[in-house]
Design a binder for this molecule. Structure first.
Ligand SMILES: Cc1cc2nc3c(=O)[nH]c(=O)nc-3n(C[C@H](O)[C@H](O)[C@H](O)COP(=O)(O)OP(=O)(O)OC[C@H]3O[C@@H](n4cnc5c(N)ncnc54)[C@H](O)[C@@H]3O)c2cc1C
Length: 374
């Protein structure tokens, strides 16, 4: 781990970038439901796409805490942009960890420069919370893998260059495959219309006799389950970080508003009830931050309780995000209900953090199982 001052320097640099290069477009990205191209260009300035990856593949070896701080600061101004970056990391992750030297050369070099968009394809109609209910199959034929199936709700779909795809390779075994957007047999469903994170494209990814060369298999064809289980323990704190950033952004906006707005001849910020709400929300955010950073440390050090802490952090931070964003709308009065103020968008964006990468109910199942040792 780095020194505390190093993380704070890094936070300041990302915040500066987020406020100057991403925030100005956040409302437009949401309103027009368009991909945050400005954010993608901004990520290049600090080489943020390279942050989580090993120096071996050209990355910066930034630890989970640094990644969380990065996503937290971006989500503070634009949840769509933080999701875009997080999913690029999640899509490239299995390739960087388990890809053959040929694949790493082909994929990671342009990716590290920030020129590549990626997706992670786990969810299916029959396998959302039940990831292992997935029916997409990969069969080995004449030196190639032939993939058939349909993935649902895939972030960055149709915009991504590379797709890391979980597919069944046997009755009870899974593999993970790198599929390129130009591979024959790959197509996309309609773009989903969503409540929040509207600039982030979400669509089905469809595989019809999609053939990929053997070198696109990531690692062992029967170890995909383990690879994905490990990677979810690592990505869950990152969703927690996204949620925390949304909460902080909403509270910051609410504080600004209550200091400016006058009612009954005084600043809204002078009313005792309002001050109590601000104090409660700030306290919850700080509690969420401490749990999140503790889970980052556990994941980084591969501590035995890392998976449980990651689920706790995701569960708690997403609940705090939903509560803080809703209360921040309330603190704005009628203005909070208008799209002129960012808290309306933040409240819609907060909701998804309780759903994706395992719903709150699934996080509770994981935590309860660890507590009850059953
Ligand atoms: C905007 C968006 C982006 C996404 N991006 C991606 C992506 O990039 N890649 C990807 O693979 N997936 C992605 N997802 C999918 C997401 O991870 C799933 O939607 C999520 O895991 C829930 O699965 P489901 O939708 O099938 O819900 P379901 O499993 O149908 O759940 C329905 C309800 O039942 C509850 N439930 C389910 N099982 C249990 C249980 N055992 N006990 C108690 N309650 C239970 C759930 O908590 C929920 O309340 C995305 C989804 C959205 C909406």
């Amino acid at each position: 781990m780095l020194e505390r001052e190093d993380y704070e320097e890094f936070r300041k640099a990302v915040r500066r970038l987020a406020e100057t290069k991403i925030q100005p477009y956040a409302a437009d990205v949401d309103e027009k439901k368009r991909f945050p191209e400005e954010a993608l260009a901004a990520f290049k300035e600090l080489q943020l796409v390279a942050l989580p990856f090993d120096e071996r593949v050209g990355g910066q070896s930034g630890d989970v805490l640094a990644q969380s701080i990065c996503l937290e600061e971006i989500a503070r101004v634009c949840a769509t942009s933080s999701l875009t970056l997080m999913v690029i990391w999640a899509g490239l992750g299995p390739i960087a960890s388990f890809g053959s030297p040929q694949l790493i050369e082909e994929v990671m070099k342009p990716a590290i420069n920030g020129d590549t968009v990626a997706s992670i394809c786990l969810t299916e109609i029959h396998g959302g919370s039940d990831v292992w209910g997935a029916r997409t199959r990969a069969q080995y034929q004449d030196g190639q893998w032939v993939i058939n199936g349909q993935k649902r709700y895939i972030t960055n779909a149709s915009r991504s260059d590379w797709y890391s795809v979980l597919a069944r390779t046997g009755e009870d075994s899974f593999g993970v495959f790198a599929v390129h957007k130009s591979d024959p047999g790959l197509s996309f469903g309609k773009l989903e219309s969503k409540m929040g994170v509207r600039g982030s494209p979400t669509a089905d990814v469809i595989f019809e006799d999609c053939r990929v060369e053997d070198y696109r298999l990531l690692g062992d064809s029967k170890e995909g389950r383990q690879y994905i289980t490990d990677s979810l323990a690592y990505t869950r704190p990152l969703i927690g970080a996204q949620a925390l950033g949304i909460a902080q952004g909403a509270l910051d906006a609410a504080i600004k508003y209550v200091k400016e707005r006058e009612v009954f001849g005084q600043q809204v910020a002078r009313f005792q009830m309002i001050r109590g709400t601000i104090a409660d929300l700030a306290t919850e955010i700080e509690a969420a931050r401490q749990l999140l950073y503790r889970s980052c440390q556990a994941v980084e050090n591969k501590e035995p309780e890392a998976r449980t802490l990651a689920s706790m952090a995701k569960l708690f931070c997403s609940n705090v995000a939903m509560k803080v964003a809703t209360e921040s709308v309330q603190l704005h009065g009628g203005a909070g209900y208008l799209t002129d103020f960012p808290v309306e968008r933040m409240m819609r964006d907060a909701k998804i953090t309780q759903i994706y990468e395992g719903t709150s109910e699934i996080q509770k199942l994981i935590v309860a199982k660890a507590m009850l040792s059953d």
